[in-house]
Design a protein around this ligand. Structure first.
Ligand code: NAG
Ligand code: NAG
Ligand code: NAG
Ligand code: NAG
Ligand code: NAG
Ligand code: NAG
Length: 438
């Protein structure tokens, strides 16, 4: 054996191995790539579904689509089933795509793509059809409802697949309902109920039932009902003056709420008819006094009713002296309720702030007046203390003139006393005491 023949043998061996490898590679590739590939499809009822079958490496072997009932739909580019909804989209050596339009729930199922190699290779694609929920309906509303009624609103939507979700909104704000799902054939009937104990606050309130579902991409389906609630009236009197004085103009308004609206309202004085219709004018819900007279004091009552009931409100009028006779501090207090000038000024100030207060004498406002007086008193006390300190220092420096200063101090004493008495909080008493001191 020589080297040459050895070399040639080796080369041939390597060449042979390479050929084998290349051949096997080609073979593996051809077999492994030659199978159909499909994907599951989801489509909304009434829509169009595309079924695509692909083969990566194909030696012109035919492809076929068949339906869940094993009927052949397309064999290559040849239509096999008479159904106008089924059409060919694309047929090539590597792809077979068909489309089903106007899809119904009965089209749902497993579709098969077959590649006619030996043996036949198949791939299965599941076509899911979504059922579109119908527009919801609200049941159980009594119109009008009476205050205190227990009512159950029920919202129903049919035809959803999968089962839809129902949500309730009370004037846009979500409230919780009780959901119940019932299967009917391939679709679902969904029910949601809302129990209400109706009161006057529900009058005019909108209850909306909304359907949430995958098949509703843009506009959600919804239904809305507006509650009408009948309730007995409730009245109150609003007055234009906190401290009515003789000669003034006074307006009393009978504000009534009720459904149906209670109309008209009735005014009485001390349980009888209004005595002086020249000065007491009734217009709609208002009673106006053109010029108050002391003889007008008494209890005024307004009453309103509808078929559900009657309600009334009362206002006690006490006419004070005219403001022109506003007495100076010299007037001695004669009445049990003295027309004290400071008290009058105080209530006047609060009058402007609380026009429309229900309390005729505005007693509730005394708190703020006390706070004001307290503040003033605090300032006075502070200033007085400062003066005492300054005075004390002054006295300490000028010990020589101590006696005369003591006399001066005695002079100042009543002022400081009154200031302290003021601090106690009773102005009228302070003034009385001042009078006694003098
Ligand atoms: C189906 O395929 C056709 C052609 O490729 C395309 O125009 C259509 O939009 C497809 N439809 C769907 C639902 O994918
Ligand atoms: C498939 O068939 C067509 C003619 O029908 C031919 O032109 C093409 O080369 C073939 N392809 C393969 C991969 O055999
Ligand atoms: C396709 O749908 C079927 C049936 O619902 C399921 O078993 C399979 O896993 C799905 N395949 C893919 C790729 O989602
Ligand atoms: C389905 O609805 C019927 C009446 O419509 C009812 O009697 C039944 O209880 C419901 N079933 C379920 C499971 O909710
Ligand atoms: C109040 O009425 C009485 C009798 O009706 C009358 O004499 C008097 O002048 C009236 N006072 C005012 C301020 O109108
Ligand atoms: C109802 C009421 O307050 N009546 C009074 C009206 O005023 C006179 C005196 O001006 C009183 O005697 C009444 O009691």
């Amino acid at each position: 054996m020589n080297l040459k023949s050895h070399l040639i043998f080796t080369l041939y061996t390597i060449y042979g191995i390479l050929l084998k490898v290349m051949a096997s590679k080609g073979k593996v590739r051809g077999i492994s790539g030659q199978y159909p590939l499909v994907q599951n499809v989801t489509v909304t009822e009434g829509g169009t579904a595309n079924l695509t079958c692909r083969v990566e490496y194909n030696d012109n072997t035919s492809l076929q689509w068949s339906n869940p009932a094993q009927q052949t739909l397309f064999f290559g580019d040849k239509k096999a089933l008479r159904d106008n909804r089924i059409e060919l989209v694309r047929a090539s050596w590597s792809e077979l795509t068909i489309s089903i339009s106007d899809v119904t729930l009965s089209d749902e199922g497993m579709y098969t793509c077959s590649l006619f190699t030996m043996p036949v290779r198949t791939a299965k694609a599941y076509l899911t059809v979504l059922g579109v929920p119908e527009k919801p309906e609200i049941d159980g509303l009594t119109k009008p409802a009476m205050e205190g009624d227990h009512i159950t609103l029920t919202c129903i939507t049919q035809g959803s697949k999968p089962a839809a979700d129902l949500r309730w909104f009370r004037n846009e704000k979500e409230v919780k309902g009780a959901k119940e799902v019932n299967a009917s054939g391939k679709t679902f009937t969904v029910r949601s109920s809302l129990q209400l104990h109706v009161d006057r606050n529900d009058d005019g309130v909108a209850y909306t039932c909304r359907v949430d579902h995958v098949a509703l991409t843009q506009t959600p389906q919804q239904a809305t009902e507006v509650l009408e609630v009948h309730y007995a009236p409730r009245v109150e009197i609003i007055h234009s003056l906190a401290v009515p004085q003789e000669g003034q103009y006074l307006k009393l308004e009978c504000v009534s709420k009720g459904n149906p609206s209670p109309d008209p309202v009735m005014w009485t004085k001390d349980g009888g008819e209004l005595p002086d219709l020249d000065r007491m004018i009734v217009e709609g819900r208002e009673l106006t006094f053109t010029s108050l007279n002391k003889t007008d004091n008494g209890t005024y009552r307004c009453e309103a009713s509808n078929h559900l009931g009657t309600s009334s409100a009362e206002y006690v009028l006490y006419v004070y002296d005219a403001p022109t006779t506003l007495p100076p501090s010299t007037t001695p207090p004669l009445h049990p309720i003295p027309p004290d000038p400071t008290a009058l000024l105080g209530t006047h100030a609060s009058d402007r702030r609380v026009t429309g207060n229900r309390d005729p004498n505005a007693l509730g406002q005394h708190g703020t007046d006390h706070a004001l007086i307290g503040g003033v008193v605090a300032v006075v006390v502070f200033v007085t203390l400062c003066l005492i300190i300054v005075l004390g220092r002054y006295l300490a420096r000028h010990k020589g003139t101590y006696l005369t200063n003591e006399a001066k101090g005695a002079d100042d004493a009543p002022d400081a006393d009154t200031a302290i008495i003021n601090a106690e909080g009773n102005h009228a008493h302070a003034e009385e005491k001042k009078e006694y001191f003098i």
